[in-house]
Design a protein around this ligand. Structure first.
Ligand code: FES
Length: 167
């Protein structure tokens, strides 16, 4: 239960919203729920729904809509490559295909060492700097723009070696 695991944080989040708009706390609560495991468990999803007096379907819709929320476990680093149209015009599809080939996985899969999950996402607001991706990790989020497969594999090697995000 979120309120038992993070009592202070939950209290602070609740204090930001008037009781009649408490449902707006859903996003910070999801962020909190995701902190430990890197994804929102079904139990956490139901817990949040109960806390805010909304349905678990409503909470699940938010998780499904935003690329920063996840309902499944992944590798330590989520590499989210934008393949939306402007990026596709700058070679994002080819970049993604070659990157996955180098990593020996398909889009959506995780490398056998559990370090890298590659995901395909929509616009990340770096359209003129494709190929680009963001990495979500326990260290936060970092953008990597104007990337090549070689540069990305160097980054992957660094992540595997140091276990830390490079910004
Ligand atoms: S279309 Fe890829 S960042 Fe905007």
């Amino acid at each position: 239960m979120l309120a038992e695991k993070y009592p202070e944080e939950v209290k602070k989040i609740f204090a930001k919203y008037p009781p009649e708009n408490l449902r707006s706390a859903v996003m910070p609560l999801l962020y909190l729920a995701q902190r430990g495991e890197g994804f929102v468990t079904k139990a956490a999803l139901e817990d949040i729904a109960q806390m805010l007096d909304i349905t678990s379907t409503e909470v699940a819709e938010i998780v499904g809509f935003y690329t920063l929320y996840h309902d499944e476990k992944a590798g330590k680093y989520r590499m989210q490559v934008c393949t939306d149209l402007p990026c596709a015009l700058r070679g994002a599809d080819k970049f993604l295909e070659e990157l996955c080939g180098n990593l020996g996985i398909k889009v959506g899969e995780t490398t056998p060492d559990g370090m890298i999950t590659v995901e395909e996402v929509m616009c990340l607001a770096g359209c003129d700097k494709a190929p680009m991706f963001q990495i979500q990790s326990p260290d936060g989020i970092a953008y990597h723009e104007n990337m090549t497969v070689d540069k990305t594999m160097e980054l992957v090697a660094t992540l595997r070696k140091s276990g830390k995000e490079v910004k």
